[in-house]
Write a protein that binds this ligand. Structure first.
Ligand code: 5GP
Length: 194
């Protein structure tokens, strides 16, 4: 997606060969017009997939997932990160290791929000090693929901997430695919078509 690649080139900061900072438009400041285009793009790529819900994880997934849900005309659910206080049986729970925070979070989704008849599109801001994506897939699995695929805003293709999800048979649509962050520069895997 050209708009997104241009934005990453202009405003992204390479923090290390493995971390890209995009806090002017996605992770802290949010560009609503860009989010709307992202939502439209995911909605068109997954059109006809029978999606009934969009699932993401707080907090950076919410903006693109919200716009996707709006375009698809379906509800959004975000998995909540919170420490487990007591054993609760009204929630699905999964442990997810956070790539950027280097800690494990217990994430929860209320059982009443995800049902066996649901077809879920999982959206996230970044795909690195696939921990967050796999954790959300496990939550959907606990609910007995079908997974239509993954909508990823920025994929770091030099990390293992895509391979891991593809091995599990999932469809992945990534709007910007980064080949490398070496030498402080962003290189994309493929030139945008539009
Ligand atoms: P994964 O779970 O695939 O290993 O990592 C994806 C999650 O970690 C995303 O939800 C995102 O919040 C965070 N993340 C991974 N890599 C980056 C990065 O390069 N920059 C930012 N800002 N977040 C990242």
């Amino acid at each position: 997606m050209r708009l997104l690649q241009d934005k990453i080139r202009r405003e992204g900061t390479v923090l290390s060969p493995s971390i890209l900072k995009v806090d002017t438009f996605l992770n802290h400041g949010i560009d609503p017009l860009l989010m709307r285009e992202i939502g439209r793009e995911f909605a068109s790529r997954f059109a006809g997939g029978g999606i009934t819900k969009v699932l993401t994880i707080e907090s950076s997934g919410i903006a693109p997932a919200m716009m996707t849900a709006l375009e698809l005309g379906v509800p959004l659910i975000f998995a909540r990160k919170r420490k487990s206080l007591t054993l609760r049986d009204d929630v699905f729970t999964e442990k997810i290791y956070s790539y950027t925070k280097e800690e494990e979070n217990e994430v929860t989704v209320a059982r009443k929000l995800l049902l066996p008849g649901d077809t879920v599109l999982i959206v996230d801001d970044f795909l690195a090693n696939g921990e967050a994506a796999s954790g959300m897939a496990r939550i959907a699995g606990q609910a007995g929901a079908r997974i239509a695929g993954f909508g990823i805003v920025i994929e770091k293709s030099f990390q293992s997430g895509r391979r891991r999800l593809e091995e599990e048979g999932f469809r992945i649509e990534a709007l910007a695919r980064i080949r490398s962050l070496e030498n402080g520069a962003v290189t994309f895997l493929e030139e945008p078509s539009g």
